[in-house]
Design a protein around this ligand. Sequence first.
Ligand code: HEC
Ligand code: HEC
Length: 307
Amino acid sequence: MATPRATFIAGATLLAVFAIPAPAAETPRDHGDYLFRAAGCGGCHTDEKNHGPALAGGPAIKTPRGTFYGPNISPDPAHGLGRWREVDFIRAMREGVRPDGAHYYPSFPYASYTRLTDDDLRALWAYLRRQPPVAQPNRPHDLPWYLRPRSLLSTWKALYFTPGAWQPRPDKDETWNRGAYLVEAVTHCGECHTPRDALGGPRRALHLAGTRDGPDDSVVPNITPDRKTGIGRWRKSEIVEYLASGMTPEGDFAGDVMAEIIDRSTSRLTAADREAIATYLLSLPPVEHATRKEKQKPAPGRDEFGF
Ligand code: HEC
Ligand code: HEC
């Protein structure tokens, strides 16, 4: 019998199962912890789905160019960063370079993290140092032979990589600048939302304009404010809501890897930071670039939740 109370409970259960949990119950302990979540480091360095130990190595990251595994970044001296100094960490994040001078693959989003401020990099390093060491060896990346030499990456970097911290724009207000820093440096939205060319470099003219070749074969929508192909029809409050709970203006929920980003990162930001992200996105030049096919209608006799 569908009493209002039963309906309420059914509704609440539905939300509990399908919605992304509301902003984290646990609050970050300090700035490094906050940044670690916002930047989504755990997504690539902890095998969360298989309950792997924190920071000991991540799940497969499938890209059109090969499969990468986020290495162990726990303070273990043999397999992690135990022997690193702060300068090694800052150089890795800022320049995409290993302590021995070899280049990193851009599947480690240092092209975005290079824009973090020195203070934020130090806070992240302090956070990593406080985590328990885990003696788990790294999995080698699974790449075609021609992409294995790391020396090739110097060409990639010369073409696409500009190291250096984000510079605030004096002509913009604090909210805009905070949003720009979060999007372009910390939460690295463009790593997925900007299409790449054949060499895996971001196509600058299509910054944040979406791609059909997203991670794990996802279609990543255009998040510039173009009214036809982007999010130009979304109100600012709707973007904020989406980043908090995953709910779209149509009442759908975010799927694919975006659900993970919301769960791990954007739902755990302060409300002011989500507002700043939305402000920045809506201020971007609209870019017309279609990515999605028409939304599939659910099969008759069955709604999206499978009841
Ligand atoms: C999208 C996936 C992804 C995210 C997010 C990510 N990383 Fe990584 N990271 C990688 C991959 C892949 C590598 C290995 C790159 C290589 O082998 O060239 C790596 C390498 C590293 C290294 C070098 C480790 C070593 O042994 O040389 C450090 C340090 C690191 N990441 C720290 C971080 C921190 C801190 C964050 C969050 C601010 C972060 N990563 C977020 C994928 C990621
Ligand atoms: C790991 C890849 C990835 C990252 C990083 C990422 N996104 Fe997404 N995003 C996606 C995918 C995939 C979708 C499509 C989700 C779906 O189909 O339900 C999406 C959907 C969205 C949408 C909904 C757009 C629409 O038209 O439905 C918005 C808004 C959005 N992302 C904003 C952001 C912002 C802001 C960031 C940075 C804080 C971000 N995304 C980071 C992959 C990503």
